[in-house]
Each structure stands twice: as C-alpha cells, then as structure tokens.
Design a protein around this ligand. Structure first.
Ligand SMILES: *Cc1c(COP(=O)(O)O)cnc(C)c1O
Length: 471
C-alpha cells in the first residue's frame, strides 16, 4: 500500500462516527430493522468502501470524510430499499399468453386463493379425520372431486406432472420394458425429456416406429414378457404435419386388453373443460381419455386446468393404489397449499362454474369483443394526454402458451404502443422497471399490449405506469 492510499484510508469514518450520524439514527427509527442487523450492514458497507479504496477505484481524487460518509450511508440505503422489494413479485402480463411458464403459469381463482389463505393462517384437517378423530390421509382431500370430474376409479396428486411421469414409470415399470412411439419421445421446456426420465426411473425404453409414422403392428411386435406398460405421450408442445401416422387410442386400448398390458398416457396439459365447444383447438379432455379406457393418465395442475402446480394421476384403482403405497409417493407429495388450491379449483369444475370462476379457462375462452372493451377503456384514458406515447387498437392473435395447443391462435385485440423518442426496446425496458412490472410483447419492432391477459382492475396501474415513464 502506498502513501497516497494510506492517506485516503485515513479519511474513512469510524463505525461509531457513522452510527452517530443523524441519517443512520433516522434509519433506526423508520425501518423495522433491528439495531444489531442495521449495524452489521453499516460495517459491511464501510468495509466495502475500504476495499474500493485499496483497489484504487478513486485513483483520480481523494475523498474527504464527509464524502465517504455520504457514500457509505447511500449504499446502506440502497441495500434497505432492495430488501423492501421481493424477488418473487407480481407482474402484469400484457403478452396475451395465458399460460406463460416464465410468469408462473395459471392465475388462481378467487375461490382457490381464499382457501389457500384460510389453510395457511390456521391449523387444518390435512391428515386428520373429523369423523373418527384419528389420522386421515391427505390423498383423500381431493380424490373424490377428481373421480367425479374425470369419471376415473381413483386418483392421486404429486408435485408436478414431471414427478407424476417418474412415479408411474418407477412404480409400475421398474426394470421392465415400456413401449413408446418414436414420434412421441418429446422434450418439453426446462429440459424434461421422456427418454431421460425413463432412464432415471430405471424403466427400459423400447422405442418403436419412426419419427413420422408408427403402426399398430410396431406395438404388437415389441411386446415381450418383460413389457410393463404401453405409453402414449401427448404431443402438447408441437404438431407433426405432413406424411404422418399414429395409432389411435381405440386400437391401442384394444391391444392393451388383448395382451393384458396396462396403457398409460402422459397427457401433459390435461384439460377438464372441452375447449372444442368454443371452437378453440382440438385438445382431448381427460374425461374422453378415461372413457376410452386408458388405464393411467397423468397431467399438470397448472396448465389448462388452471390450478396450482401439481401432477395429477387418475385411472384404475389397482394402479393408483400401487403408486400411493410406493415410497416415492412420500418424496413427491404436495403440501397443504397445493391441496387447498386444487380442491377449490376442482369444485368450480364439479359445479360447472369453471368458465366464470377459473381465470385460465375464462381468459382462453374470452371473446375478442370483451377484450376490445378493456383495450378501449385503456386507450380512452391515454388519448390526448401529452405523454409522447401513441396508442392504436388493432385485431391480433393470442397464444395459449405453457406448451399447450401450439398451433392454436385465438382472435384478440391489441394496443400498439409507440413513442416520439423511445424505441420499442426502451419502452419494454421502462415498463419492466415499473413498481408493478409490465411484461409486453415486442412484435415487428412494435410494443403490443394484449388485453386478453390484462385484468380490468390492472388497467389503472397500466395507466399510471405510462404516465410515470412518459419522460
Ligand atoms: C408440461 C408437460 C410435462 C411436465 O409437466 P409439469 O407439470 O410442468 O412438470 C410432462 N409431459 C408433457 C407431455 C407435458 O406437456
């Protein structure tokens, strides 16, 4: 350390001097942070400043004691401000993608939120039977509803659908063979591959057919005495078009019955609501699959179902029982919040209220006329306001997202945003920095707001944000 550096270090205020500073005393009063923690942080910031001096970051000037004090207290303030903001925060989804995996997939129903809040703040009947006063099973909490809405014999819930696939394979096909069409050996977001999960579960993958065509005879030929399962994987996140062929469910169920080998389908998005009745996509429902005779079906709780993250397995009682009693069921079990949210969501289906109560179903089925009203309501408040922004309403398309219905585009209304000075990337960035961050689509170098996923009560926040960033 040279002499100049020594001199600079000498200007560093002592901790007790910093602690006597009125600004520190104010922080002690106004924040709810304890004196012990706040003093630790102050020391940390002072030490940080010492290191910066030693690293010669202020080579061109000597900071006096007052300036150093300002610096240290400023960085302490920044640390406190950062703490007041959560890392996992609410955002406004203006992308129109209803199941945006990066934005947390399904938005829960009011009913589900209320139920989760109640269970979170009190003791609950998680594993307690009020009838007997003895231990109950958490599996029973939602099984009856799942049976009722899907018509399956039995059901259980695990952490997510990836866990469900793993449990099915491990519990029913450990060290046995599982026959899957090569065209269904998919990878979905977050690097989940059917072939890899199969390896992990120690089931042996027997892939048959070719990428574009698989015939019934391919399945028939592959069956041996070591075959434990016939497996179908729903191609939820892509569509194969052109010269293709796959074996239909009826033929496979038929083969399963004749060969006495159970058939399992990973349905991925698994919808209980028939979106075909709204002319949206051609997604089969879980009920359809149960009625067709598939023995075991798994699907996600937070995709088209619109509930909390979960993996739902429905099917024949003997297979579900085998999985419930497997050691892994304990490893993959869900918590009380998931069960509370799921029960409430399933109740909406059981009472035929899903279109009005479950946001995912409601938002996907929402007509463009209703979306236009919300867009118009927003534009009316922004128009002729000297913000530098201009807004244009136009027809457009929304995507469902979450790796579901990849080819489906739903009619919507968009508001296109431009600014006299800011580029579209700059607008998008400013919107992300708002108190409630706003996530938009940038399409053909234009910022677009899709009002399919913007709630009526979020519009005032959107208006405020544009006034704040008008610059
Ligand atoms: C989404 C999906 C999964 C994984 O489900 P998570 O609930 O995200 O774990 C598995 N298989 C298919 C076919 C899927 O679409």
């Amino acid at each position: 350390m040279d002499g100049v550096c020594m001199k600079k270090l000498r200007n560093l205020p002592a901790i007790d001097q910093l602690m006597a500073d009125q600004r520190f005393l104010n922080l002690l009063k106004t924040t709810l942070i304890s004196k012990r923690v706040l003093t630790e942080w102050l020391k940390e910031q002072a030490e940080f400043m010492r290191q910066r001096i030693i690293n010669n970051e202020f080579s061109d000037r000597v900071l006096d004691k007052e300036q150093l004090t300002d610096h240290i207290l400023d960085s302490l303030n920044r640390k406190i401000n950062a703490l007041s903001q959560n890392n996992l925060r609410r955002v406004i989804n203006a992308t129109g993608v209803v199941l945006h995996t990066n934005l947390g997939r399904a938005r829960l129903s009011e009913r589900a939120i209320k139920q989760i809040e109640e269970v979170a703040s009190s003791y609950s009947t998680l594993e307690y039977s009020l009838a007997t006063g003895k231990r109950g099973s958490r599996h029973d909490l939602v099984e009856d509803y799942l049976k009722e809405v899907t018509d399956a014999e039995a059901a259980m819930v695990v952490n997510n659908n990836a866990a469900a696939v793993y449990l099915v394979l491990r519990a029913l096909a450990f060290e046995k063979e599982v026959i899957v069409s090569r065209g269904e050996l998919i990878e979905i977001g977050g690097s989940f591959r059917i072939s890899e999960i199969m390896k992990e579960s120690q089931a042996q993958l027997i892939d048959i057919g070719t990428t574009n065509k698989t015939h019934l005879r391919d399945y028939e030929k592959a069956i041996t005495e070591d075959t434990a399962l016939l497996m179908k994987v729903h191609k939820s996140n892509f569509k194969l078009i052109g010269f293709t062929e796959e074996v239909n469910t009826e033929e496979l169920v038929d083969l399963s019955r004749k060969s006495n080998i159970p058939i399992y389908e990973d349905l991925g998005s698994g919808t209980l609501f028939d979106f075909k009745t709204k002319q949206i996509g051609d997604e089969p429902t879980v009920q359809d699959k149960v009625a067709a005779g598939i023995d075991i079906i798994s699907f996600s709780g937070d995709k088209l179902l619109g509930g909390p993250q979960a993996g739902i397995i429905v099917g024949k009682k003997k297979y579900i029982e085998a999985m419930k009693s497997h050691q892994l069921a304990r490893v993959l079990r869900v918590d009380k919040f998931t069960l509370a949210g799921l029960e409430a969501t399933l109740k909406s289906y059981a009472s035929g209220q899903e279109i009005s109560e479950v946001p995912t179903v409601r938002d996907i089925a929402e007509t463009k006329e209703t979306i236009l009203k919300r867009g118009q309501f927003f534009v009316d408040q922004m128009i002729d306001q000297d913000t530098g922004f201009s807004f244009t309403l136009s027809e457009g398309k929304s995507k469902v997202g979450g790796g579901t219905m990849p080819e489906v585009e739903i009619d919507t209304y968009l508001v296109k945003v431009s600014h006299t000075r800011y580029s579209s990337e700059e607008i998008a960035k400013l919107l992300r920095k708002c108190d409630v961050p706003i996530i938009v689509r940038v399409q053909h170098d234009t910022v677009t707001l899709d009002f399919r996923t913007i709630h009526q009560k979020e519009i005032s926040e959107l208006v405020d944000a544009f006034f704040k960033i008008k610059g």
